[in-house]
Design a protein around this ligand. Structure first.
Ligand code: FAD
Length: 321
């Protein structure tokens, strides 16, 4: 069994974990980042690699894929190492730190742990009765916007992903119809305003009730719930952005204070176990926002406190000016 020794083990290579590892490296310590997935980037890589992100500092807009590439490059340049396709299964205390046990890739001995496991594993929620068109017009993740060129696209959902993609594909697709079951959106107000003044056909309080086509998707029947009216919509592509099922997996059993799918942290991003810190979507505190920018800020705090935990000679605040 392989045994790795490192100053700080980071669980999760999403934006939170990657930036935590960067900062651990900047503090002169070694970081090893473990992730179940075969590629870094967490939710960004798995669910929206081609979406433009509009709310990360320093970019007017940046594609998910590009942001992940830059975060990974930055972490590696700071000396962090990534071990992908590796699930962190167990966390055990030792006399001078921790052992993180993996499923089949040995164990990692470390002085501190930063848990940046986000939502754990996630799978998109399926659109009822759409299975026969999966890969034949229906998709849950957009990997190549060009696949929508000159197609009649129906987007189902009312969150940021649905709204952002409707706006982005408005001029690439032959037509874009957005179907949302409520009358209010769960997206940034500015983006919703842009959507409502765009050429996208927005159908609220509506549901896709039937898909049809001979092998390949050709059309969708949409029910407007308040009136009970059915409308036939041209649909050669359908992107369902209905959220996803998440499962935190083994991290929930590590005895670090996980409640439901989150772990309470203090202002130093400490969990209830000394030496175990957390950052990103997994953390919970008053005022928490599940955003990339918030994950970056928490990662910096967690990494600097972890550095001080590993070596008390290292001040928490590296200090500038
Ligand atoms: C469709 C969609 C669009 C979004 N758009 C935006 C946006 O425009 N702007 C914005 O700020 N935010 C957006 N978000 C939210 C943003 O993606 C999250 O806030 C961010 O990804 C959180 O980063 P994280 O590093 O905490 O977790 P994650 O990105 O979830 O990464 C956690 C990683 O930990 C790994 N992991 C979990 N458990 C283990 C384990 N036991 N062992 C090893 N690895 C493990 C997972 O495989 C995953 O790779 C969006 C989210 C979605 C779903």
């Amino acid at each position: 069994m392989s045994v790795r020794e490192v100053d700080v083990a980071v669980v999760g290579a999403g934006p939170g974990g990657l930036y935590a590892a960067t900062y651990v490296g900047l503090r002169g310590l070694g970081a090893l980042v473990l992730d179940i997935l075969p590629a870094p980037g967490g939710q960004i890589t798995a669910l929206y690699p081609e979406k433009r992100i509009h709310d990360v500092a320093g970019f007017r807009a940046v594609r998910g894929r590009e942001l992940v590439e830059r975060c990974t490059e930055q972490a590696e340049a700071a000396g962090a190492e990534l071990q992908l396709s590796t699930r962190a299964e167990r966390l055990t205390r030792t006399a001078d730190g921790f052992v993180v046990g993996t499923a089949d890739r040995g164990e990692v001995r470390c002085r501190a742990v930063i848990v940046a496991a986000g939502l754990g594993t996630f799978t998109p929620r399926r659109l009822p009765d759409a299975e026969r068109f999966e890969g034949r017009g229906v998709c849950y993740v957009i990997r190549d916007p060009e696949a929508f060129r000159d197609e009649h696209l129906v987007i189902v959902g009312g969150g940021d992903a649905a709204v952002d993609w409707a706006l982005e594909l408005e001029h690439l697709a032959a037509s874009v119809t957005l179907v949302h079951r409520r009358d209010r959106f769960r997206a940034h107000e500015g983006r919703v305003e842009a959507l409502l003044s765009s050429s996208v056909d927005v159908m609220t309080e509506a549901e896709v009730v039937h898909l049809h086509g001979d092998g390949q998707l050709a059309g969708a029947e949409v029910l407007h719930k308040p009136s009970g009216e059915h409308r036939e919509v041209a649909a050669t592509r359908l992107y369902a952005a209905l959220g996803f099922h998440a499962d935190l997996g083994p991290v929930a059993e590590w005895g670090i204070g996980v409640e439901g799918r989150v772990v309470a942290v203090d202002r130093c991003m400490r969990t209830e176990v000394a030496g175990v810190f957390a950052a990103g979507d997994i953390t919970d505190y008053a005022g928490k926002l599940k955003l990339i920018s918030a994950a970056f800020g928490e990662a910096v705090i967690a990494a600097n406190h972890a550095a001080n935990h590993v070596d008390p000679e290292l001040r928490v605040f590296p200090g500038y000016g």
